[in-house]
Design a protein around this ligand. Structure first.
Ligand code: KMH
Ligand code: ZN
Length: 274
């Protein structure tokens, strides 16, 4: 079971617009339907961002709660709330996703550092990172550690040393963001070597890096994330039909690698989710 591959679907993100893909799910009901379809195709985790009525990123706990409700009505996938939310949302508001009781999730992201992100500033000051880690620890919300550069791994390991991040550790190597490390599969062995024994990790490839990084992650014992947050093109110049279509291809990659796909219960067991 421990080597079953976890496929995460990220259907929306903060940046993808209807101009990028007419089918990007934005409302809670649209996200619920897209996640259910992706779960049916083999996704075990859904990484969810919330958007307001105008399609802009929001940290409103009520919108996150509505998304969780729409997903739970349809499937049993593990729901992972994004606390990254979007570049324009103050970190004080992002804290509320975890600090408020409205959002009933067992996983959420933790971004350990501020950075230039796709031409904007992604603000994660140390004060915020520590407060978020503490809130997640208190509420037994398992952090997925999102790293965009080598130094971010070290910052996460400091939080682990401070007792703020519970085992098993779970990392995302986000690769190909303008301002972060390149989407070069050659970096994965170095990144993996920085992780403690038993840590779980996935490669998140942005744009055309998504497919090569999925292959490389599989070869190195990692897991895979797909979806419109990271990439809308199924092939050069051809938009994907759906988020589920990306998941179906990821399942084919896993099977071609001679491995099995993890289900939501595998993830709950491996990450000791409540
Ligand atoms: N798009 C940035 C906000 C997260 O979900 O925690 C990075 C992000 C990280 O989406
Ligand atoms: Zn995200």
């Amino acid at each position: 079971m421990t080597d079953r591959v976890i496929i995460t679907v990220a259907p929306t993100g903060p940046l993808t617009t209807r101009d990028d893909h007419p089918g990007v799910p934005l409302s809670p009901a649209e996200i619920g339907a897209a996640v259910a379809e992706a779960a049916e195709a083999g996704a075990a985790v859904a990484h969810v961002h919330a958007r307001d009525a105008d399609g802009r990123p929001t940290a409103d706990p009520e919108v996150y709660a509505a998304i969780v409700g729409e997903i739970r009505e349809r499937c049993d996938i593990v729901i992972q709330a994004s606390t990254g939310v979007g570049l324009t949302v103050p970190w004080e508001e992002r804290l509320r996703i975890v600090e408020s009781d409205a959002v009933d999730v067992t996983m959420a992201t933790l971004n350990p550092a501020s950075m230039t992100f796709a031409g904007g500033t992604f603000s994660n000051p140390p004060e915020f990172v520590e407060r978020l880690a503490r809130a997640m620890h208190e509420r037994e919300v398992h952090p997925e550690l999102e790293v965009y550069d080598l130094g971010h791994v070290s910052l996460c390991l400091e939080l682990v040393a401070d007792g703020l991040i519970p085992e098993p550790l779970q990392f995302s190597f986000v690769m190909g963001v303008r301002g972060g490390m390149p989407g070069d599969p050659g970096l994965l062995p170095m990144l993996r070597s920085m992780l403690p024994e038993g840590a779980i990790w996935q490669a998140i490839g942005i744009g055309r890096a998504q497919l090569p990084l999925s292959f490389a992650a599989l070869a190195l014992g990692g897991n895979i994330r797909v979806g419109f947050e990271d990439n809308v093109y199924f092939a050069r110049g051809r938009l994907a039909d759906s988020n589920a279509q990306f998941v179906r291809r990821a399942v084919q990659l896993v099977q071609a690698a001679g491995r099995e796909v993890a289900g939501p219960e595998d993830v709950r067991t491996r990450l000791d989710l409540r």
